[in-house]
Write a protein that binds this ligand. Structure first.
Ligand code: FES
Ligand code: FES
Length: 154
């Protein structure tokens, strides 16, 4: 099959490149575009470490083909750092020491950003639902849920 030329916005900058039809978005972001916050975890849609925002919604970039990004706005944690909720979340997580190894952190922060941008008064249930797709092997989730709840209180 023929390569495709694609163009998309990556963290606010226009990116044009040629990809194979079977190229996976996560691999293109990490391997070709030097974006390292989405991590390679399970590589099959289970763990959420590869989470990025596509047109404002979280997706698992290990399950997306690079061609699906054509014309889209992709935001990774590197670019989300300028979003108000992302900044507040990172400050609270840091203050509360809510992560341990941090491998899940980019995915969790982006899932929480998506939630708070839609709903700035989430219940504990809303928070748990929003991060349900982000596996954390270290914390038992309680500090993560608490940090998101505390971020909302400001
Ligand atoms: S690496 Fe994508 S969901 Fe685990
Ligand atoms: S802090 Fe280690 S996986 Fe979440």
């Amino acid at each position: 099959m023929k390569p495709h030329n694609i163009q998309f916005s990556l963290n606010g900058e226009k990116v044009s490149l040629q990809v194979e039809p079977s190229d996976v978005l996560l691999d293109v972001l990490r391997g070709r575009l030097g974006i390292k916050s989405p991590k390679v975890g399970c590589d099959r849609g289970d763990c959420g470490t590869c989470t990025v925002l596509m047109n404002g919604k979280t997706i698992r970039s290990c399950l997306a083909l690079a061609v699906e990004a054509d014309g889209a706005e992709i935001v990774t944690l590197e670019g989300a750092n300028s979003r108000p909720w992302t900044q507040k979340l990172q400050k609270t997580f840091h203050k509360k020491n809510a992560f341990q190894c941090g491998f899940c952190a980019p995915g969790v922060i982006l899932s929480a950003t998506e939630l708070l941008e839609k709903n700035s008064k989430p219940t504990a249930h809303d928070i748990k639902e929003a991060i349900a797709g982000n596996l954390c092997r270290c914390t038992g989730y309680e500090p993560i849920v608490e940090a998101i709840a505390e971020t909302v209180k400001g």
